[in-house]
Design a protein around this ligand. Structure first.
Ligand SMILES: NC(=O)c1ccc[n+]([C@@H]2O[C@H](COP(=O)([O-])OP(=O)(O)OC[C@H]3O[C@@H](n4cnc5c(N)ncnc54)[C@H](OP(=O)(O)O)[C@@H]3O)[C@@H](O)[C@H]2O)c1
Length: 257
């Protein structure tokens, strides 16, 4: 079932009031494709004070409009993924919904993006709803992960390292035809992609909440320190939408920026 149209104002660029979210997103496409690897975006929601968890999940930080926006972003990508920590905490749901699946098919694309979950050393529950879909799925695990088989319909990819290096994951996806990858967190897998300089875009929803907790931020602190601690990776603001008290921001990070 499709949500009722959510109304947004486009604040930047080309300000326009009272659009539907779908109208405002009609021309959305991930930033230009790359020849060396799939283009990578992360999509996260946080509170005003930057926390990406509310009572241990992202649920409740974003509105129904944000949930629609997540699907609109997904629909534009070849593959959508999460870290295993998110799968363990809440389960993952990386599909687009019937109306956007139909739109993708009309464009000659598979109804849903390829699904990707990235684990390292620890066991992964394989009984969740993510494993029951029709879309191609990759479960990426580290060299010593105890999992030996993935459920039918899911390809198990075992990395040569203890934790799959993001560049290795992207190379595997590229070999399987993926040219764009949307990573939906959580904060630790996001950090691993940032550490390797592999985030091209950030889609950030700010929910109008203050928490004052020590919950994870959208990118977790990097073990051993961040290479960007003194020289931050600078982004450019691409667009801003407002839905009621919530902001939908898009940033682009140029190579080497
Ligand atoms: N606000 C939002 O938009 C949003 C979005 C997503 C999730 N969340 C929340 O974030 C929390 C989960 O986040 P999280 O940070 O704990 O988990 P995560 O980032 O989803 O997954 C972390 C796991 O990824 C695996 N991994 C594989 N390769 C890795 C690498 N190179 N570096 C680091 N980890 C690697 C590790 O699995 P092993 O343990 O097997 O080694 C690690 O434990 C949940 O509360 C979830 O609700 C919020």
């Amino acid at each position: 079932m499709t949500d009722a149209p959510h109304r947004v104002d486009r604040l930047w660029p080309d300000p326009a009031l009272d659009l539907t979210l779908d109208e405002a997103m009609a021309a959305f496409a991930p930033s230009a494709r790359r020849v060396d690897r799939p283009v990578v975006a992360i999509n996260m929601v946080s509170s005003i004070d930057g926390r990406a968890q509310l009572s241990g999940s992202a649920e409740g930080l974003g509105s129904r409009a944000d949930r629609r926006l997540m699907r609109l972003y997904r629909a534009a990508f070849d593959a959508v993924g999460s870290g295993a920590g998110t799968l363990r905490a809440t389960g993952v749901w990386l599909r687009v919904g019937d109306d956007l699946a139909a739109r993708r098919m009309a464009e000659g694309r598979p109804p849903n993006p390829t699904g990707v979950v990235i684990a390292g050393t620890e066991s992964v529950p394989t009984d969740g709803q993510w494993f029951a879909g029709d879309e191609p799925r990759f479960l990426v695990v580290g060299r010593e992960n105890p999992l030996t088989d993935a459920p039918p319909g899911t390809e198990l990819l075992r990395a040569p390292d203890e934790r799959p290096a993001p560049a290795w994951v992207l190379a595997q996806l590229a070999q399987r035809g993926v040219r764009s990858f949307l990573l939906e967190g959580g904060p630790h897998i996001n950090a691993s992609f940032l550490e390797e300089g592999l985030i091209d875009e950030v889609y950030w929803t700010i929910g109008a909440h203050l928490l004052g907790t020590d919950a994870l931020t959208m990118i977790a602190a990097m073990p051993g320190g961040s290479r960007y601690a003194d020289e931050p990776r600078r982004g450019r603001l691409v667009s801003v939408l407002r839905h009621e008290d919530e902001l939908f921001l898009r940033y682009r990070f140029d190579a080497g920026g």
